[in-house]
Design a protein around this ligand. Structure first.
Ligand code: SAM
Length: 286
């Protein structure tokens, strides 16, 4: 390689020589810690036949590690300069695909066009990490595992338990179909350029404890429940989208039947209870 992936000075010199610069608007911070990269690859538990998706490969630091362990990788990259470098270095490798442009627009068409991936990972740009993960969940993407590097605060929201400060609609939306775990914290100094925030590695493994649950219904219920954190469950649900659509009494009855106390706050309500309440509403929602 024409540079050292672990050295900010070497990366900076290479970028300058190619007339490239790191762009904040694309959340470009390269992981320059070989230890963290190895940890992520280990978490993926790759086998030869896996089809891996990598989001935001940058200059491919992780891409070639993954290619050493499995045959198929599809990468999604938006930056023109990085795209031309990736083409030069990987396009001759069999099993390598590059989807150019915005992953937010491109992932769904790719998901239906090719065989769905068995693993999805990436050191995600900060600006679209939460919405990308939310979209994958809502669309029912079903890989064996997902491993992402994201802002620590977002990782904490995703993996929060009831009764804690970070517990909210996003925690619930994740937990309906995924076991989410923080697998490591990454200090800002492990990136180049050094970001303002601390990051975390999040590991997501699908579970099937609520099979038959409508993702659209469940996520709307969760959002209604947390629309205003100070309100009681009764008030939140009464003023929510589901009440407007299915009737206030239907929602409140379903909640009570599922054991949700109407005088509680959203943060005290478990995912199991919401799944149960949604079970009572599925026919109406369809
Ligand atoms: N994978 C590299 C690493 O670990 O060092 C780079 C990670 S950097 C945090 C995020 C990467 O995502 C950059 O390469 C950036 O150009 C790319 N990116 C940002 N927004 C994107 C988008 N909407 N679609 C596809 N790629 C995007």
């Amino acid at each position: 390689y024409p540079f050292d992936y672990d050295s900010p000075a070497s990366l900076a010199a290479f970028l300058e020589a190619r007339g490239l610069s790191m762009q904040k608007r694309f959340g470009q911070n390269f992981l320059v810690s070989p230890g963290v990269r190895s940890k992520i690859v280990k978490l993926l538990e790759l086998s030869k036949d896996d089809h891996v998706w990598e989001i935001g490969p940058g200059l491919g630091a992780m891409t070639h590690m993954v290619l050493g362990l499995c045959r198929n990788i599809t990468v999604f990259e938006i930056d023109r300069g990085f795209i031309s470098f990736l083409r030069e270095h990987f396009s001759m490798v069999e099993g390598f695909e590059l989807v150019e442009g915005d992953v937010m627009k491109n992932w769904q068409p790719a998901y239906t066009r090719f065989a769905p991936p068995s693993l999805i990972f990436g050191n995600l740009p900060y600006n679209c990490a939460a919405s990308f993960i939310g979209d994958l969940i809502e669309a029912g993407a079903n890989p064996r595992k997902m491993v992402f590097t994201i802002q620590k605060e977002v990782a904490e929201r995703m993996s929060a338990s009831p009764g804690t400060k970070r517990y909210g609609a996003f925690s619930m939306i994740c937990a309906f179909s995924w076991d989410v775990r923080i697998a490591g914290i990454i200090k800002p100094g492990s990136f180049f350029p050094v970001p303002e925030v601390t990051s975390a590695i999040i590991e997501m493994v699908p579970h099937h404890r609520f099979s038959g649950l409508s993702a659209g219904l469940a996520s709307t219920f969760a959002k209604d429940l947390f629309a205003n954190r100070r309100k009681t469950v009764r008030n939140s649900l009464s003023g929510g989208i589901l009440a407007a659509r299915l009737g206030k009494n239907a929602i409140l009855n379903a909640a009570e039947e599922a054991g949700i106390g109407l005088g509680q706050r959203g943060e005290e309500v478990s995912v199991e209870m919401v799944a149960k309440a949604c079970g009572h509403l599925t026919d109406k929602f369809a």
